[in-house]
Unconditional design. Sequence first.
Length: 155
Amino acid sequence: MDVNHIYYMKEALKEAKKAYELGEVPVGAVIVKNNQIIARSHNMRETTQDATHHAEIIAINKACDKLNSWRLTDCILYVTLEPCLMCAGALVLSRIKKVVFGAYDPKFGSVASITNVLDIKKYNHQVLYEGGILEEECKAVLKCFFKRLRQIKKD
């Protein structure tokens, strides 16, 4: 496994833990360009009451602001959970070079689990992808969060 992938996924996990502490589904993301993190984010849907505030979307917006461009062609997105349909589409539209994700998402995953938006050859941009990086660690944060949520609902 690529050492850089492990380092950057650990950084994304730090963001996921921030989301956890806020009561958000613990998904974290970082965007890397030239081996430098240029954007960090985590889920904020509950906090902002905005359905589009997934970690990936927020990170893409921050990276675009940082680079003063909507084209993220030389960037890699690291995210702790496989992107959903909305986020996979945003990866194509922002011209991200590659997405590296941790846990697969059998309910909403749109890179490998349910469908694969990134393999549609008719789009004018193809995003490379790799999944399962620190998968167990990424799954553990999610499992802990949902276990805690179920316990709160019982009490």
